[in-house]
Design a binder for this molecule. Structure first.
Ligand SMILES: [Zn+2]
Length: 95
């Protein structure tokens, strides 16, 4: 899979992941449906070490879909109170 860049005239740049060699010249923008032309940029070949690339990939992923956290970073964890077990669960069939 590879990321291909397109530019929507309304929403700006967008990236679409497709199998290598299958990128069409234009795609419909996922936001507005407008025809978006393909743009070409320098390829991101894996010249950096894997740890750095993993951090960069994680940062790019969290930009659009951030991880859900319950406490701010650096805050000591507190145990979450749990509900007492429901006795009805013991009667459910086991796999
Ligand atoms: Zn658009």
């Amino acid at each position: 899979m590879a990321r291909y860049g397109y530019r929507c005239t309304i929403d700006g740049p967008l990236e679409i992941t497709l199998p290598i060699g299958t990128a069409p010249a234009t795609v419909a923008c996922p936001s507005c449906g407008e025809t978006s032309a393909r743009v070409f940029s320098a390829p991101m070949l894996g010249l950096a070490d894997r740890g750095r690339m993993a951090v960069i990939d994680h940062c790019e992923t969290s930009r659009d879909a951030p991880d859900v956290v319950s406490t701010p970073a650096g805050t000591p964890r507190r145990s979450t109170p749990t509900a007492p077990p429901n006795p009805a669960f013991a009667r459910l069939p086991r796999p």
